[in-house]
Each structure stands twice: as C-alpha cells, then as structure tokens.
Ligand binder design. Sequence first.
Ligand code: FES
Ligand code: FES
Length: 154
Amino acid sequence: VIAAVEPIALGVNGSRHALQADPKTPLLDVLREMLRLKGTRLGCGEGECGACHVLVDGRSQASCTLTLEAVAGRQVTTVEGLDAGLREAFVAEQAAQCGYCSSGLLIAAAALLRERPAPTEAEVRAALDPHLCRCGAHPRVVRAVLRAARGGAR
Ligand code: FES
Ligand code: FES
C-alpha cells in the first residue's frame, strides 16, 4: 500500500497552491512542469549558473537545488510575477541576446532593487556576478537595472 502524500502548501506569484508531489521534487520542476511557469530555466542543474533563480520570500535562490519540502509554506516569485517596469527596462536596453539567462538575471535584479532601490553600478555588478551569460549581455543588463532603478521599478 502506498501512503497518500500530504499536499504541500506553496505560494507562487500571489496564488496559494496545495501540491501533491514527492517532497524531494526540485522546485524548478514544480514550477515548470506542475504549474506550467516556463519562464524559469534549467541551466547547470547544480546551483552554479543562476538561470533557474526565483525569489523565495524575497531572496534570490536557485530553484534547481531547492526541494519542494524546503520551500513548504514560503512565497515564491518567478519571472512571470515580477514588476513590468523591470522587464521593460531590459527590453529598452536590449539586455539579452539569446535570452536564456534573462529570467535569472531579472530575479537577481528584483532582489537587489527591493533591498537597494537606488543601487550603485558596483552594487548592480556584484548582484549579477553569480549569473552566467554566454552571450556577454552583462554590460547591457547592468544598464537595464540602473534604468529600472531610476524609473522606480521593484
Ligand atoms: S540551473 Fe540552477 S543554478 Fe544553474
Ligand atoms: S543572453 Fe544568452 S546566455 Fe545571456
């Protein structure tokens, strides 16, 4: 007899969910496969590249290495749940080439702007540093984050 799995509560982009899944399921899979939020991307799968970052209670974290049980009862924000002003600043500065890294960078930027609404360029660079971009878009991303800060984006 297989014991019924207790649903695990999770807040995502302002909605509450009760998820029936293996507690060890990576948060990334919960978001992409169960909730169909495809903006969060799988890169390295080992917590090293930043492609899969989401906000967990406002902090930018890798969703590939967090399990569902580790985030039970917490509030997760994915790129789909971010302020439009930040996304618009990325578009205005053309801050992407292939765009694969973009959602993770947007999340890092959002976490920074919530803590430091008017960051220095050095602070922006430091916040983005853990995020790999194979296309070399970082200089434009830095400009986009500074533009978003001037525009009051969060
Ligand atoms: S895919 Fe999660 S950090 Fe690279
Ligand atoms: S825009 Fe291609 S990896 Fe960053």
